[in-house]
Design a binder for this molecule. Structure first.
Ligand code: 13P
Ligand code: SF4
Length: 378
């Protein structure tokens, strides 16, 4: 099946790749090009490093290059811009590369929910916000004592706040929230789904009115957002894969439905999936429930094992980054350095009014995950 990520191995492509490599050599230490795991294989091939959203934010924050050409979707490039040092500029080759899940909540909606939850629980509920969100949400999270998390560290961050005795509001991805809650064994009577209209729905349906779950006792409140790419994975696809090959190992991303994660053998972030499959033995068989272009790249890198997607499900936003627009970004840097009046393609800018608070929330994540002292300050 043709996919938006299919590599075109033609002469035009190799001319573009050559020019990208030449420009990268010429610009040297002035630029760095990170790429997310869901990028097209030919974009990954010209990038400087590839990773999941945590690795990209941590390594991006440590980079000293003047220009960061971010090959990923906008919320990722925006996070790099929030963490950028003064004088660093983040570019995204296609500014239209969005993430529908990140659009599912904004700061005004979250603020209203947090006020309601604070009143209901009688405590300051901590926002724990998925990286897949925009700067306004990250800033609100920082202001209200919360942190950002990614799929690789959500359990650690959630534990951090629960251990401190704080109820948590998690968003926007419902699936990641409930899957992590399951990993931590949180009592379902104390978990509530937060509907877009603010209605709260307990995760355990109790018919006895005396035992009706009381949101004032809630520990975890999860917003009702989702990723359409991961929503397409179903338990019967796993069953069908196992009936074709009982030896197969099924690994999925935790943005998949709860039932899918429970039916799989394991789950993890894109970097976690990459490392698990890479550590598999030659001859092993893998069915992978995440973005399909990434699964096909894994299969191409490890031809000694069978690696297939659970379903051909693609992120068309990630696919907006192409060799053509990466080249346009690099050419714009060269032109801009020669003449500062020439525009850069395309600058990711963050409102200075939100940047400091958003950086607070992102740095709290890095501090807590890396065990740095700042993690305790909230
Ligand atoms: P990772 O942090 O696992 O790379 O996930 C990012 C993402 O957008 C998955 O859909
Ligand atoms: Fe957003 Fe889903 Fe694409 Fe990840 S795969 S960037 S969550 S739309």
């Amino acid at each position: 099946m043709a996919s938006p990520h299919d590599i075109q191995t033609n002469d035009t492509n190799s001319a573009i790749i050559n020019e990208i490599q030449e420009l990268k050599k010429e610009l040297g230490q002035q630029i760095i090009m990170p790429a997310h795991h869901y990028q097209k294989p030919e974009v990954v091939a010209v990038s400087d490093f590839v990773g999941d959203s945590y690795k990209l934010s941590k390594e991006g924050a440590a980079a000293s290059a003047r220009f960061i050409v971010f090959c990923g979707v906008r919320f990722m490039a925006e996070s790099a811009a929030i963490l950028a040092a003064p004088g660093q500029t983040v570019l995204i080759p296609d500014p239209v590369a969005g993430c529908p899940m990140a659009d599912m909540i904004d700061a005004a909606q979250a603020e209203a929910i947090l006020d309601k939850l604070d009143a209901l629980t009688g405590q300051a509920v901590a926002p724990l916000t998925y990286m897949n969100s925009y700067a306004d949400m990250k800033a609100l999270t920082g202001r209200r004592g919360g942190a950002i998390c990614t799929s690789s560290n959500a359990a650690k961050l959630l534990n951090h706040y629960l251990d401190a005795g704080k109820p948590v509001f998690f968003g926007p991805d419902f699936n990641l929230g409930i899957n992590v809650a399951n990993d931590l064994g949180i009592d379902r009577k104390r978990i509530f789904r937060v509907r877009k209209d603010g209605a709260l729905e307990c995760m355990e349906s109790v018919t006895d009115s005396v035992k009706t779950p009381n949101p004032s006792q809630g520990l975890l409140f999860i917003w009702d957002g989702f990723c359409h790419v991961h929503k397409t994975f179903k338990v019967d696809q796993i069953q069908a894969a196992r009936s074709r090959n009982p030896e197969v190992q099924v690994i999925v991303h935790p943005e998949s439905d709860e039932a899918v994660v429970q039916a799989a053998d394991s789950s993890g972030s894109t970097e976690g999936i990459y490392k698990t499959v890479a550590a598999g033995t030659p001859g092993s068989s893998w069915v992978v429930g995440t973005e399909a272009s990434f699964v096909h790249r894994l299969a191409a890198e490890y031809p000694d094992r069978s690696i297939v997607p659970l379903r051909e499900s693609y992120c068309f936003n990630m696919a907006r980054i192409t060799l053509d627009n990466v080249l346009a970004s690099l050419r714009s840097i060269k032109a801009h350095l020669a003449d500062p009046l020439r525009p850069l393609y395309h600058i990711v800018s963050v409102d200075p009014a939100v940047k400091a608070d958003a950086a607070l929330a992102l740095n709290r994540m890095i501090d807590i995950v890396e065990g740095r002292a700042g993690g305790a300050k909230h």
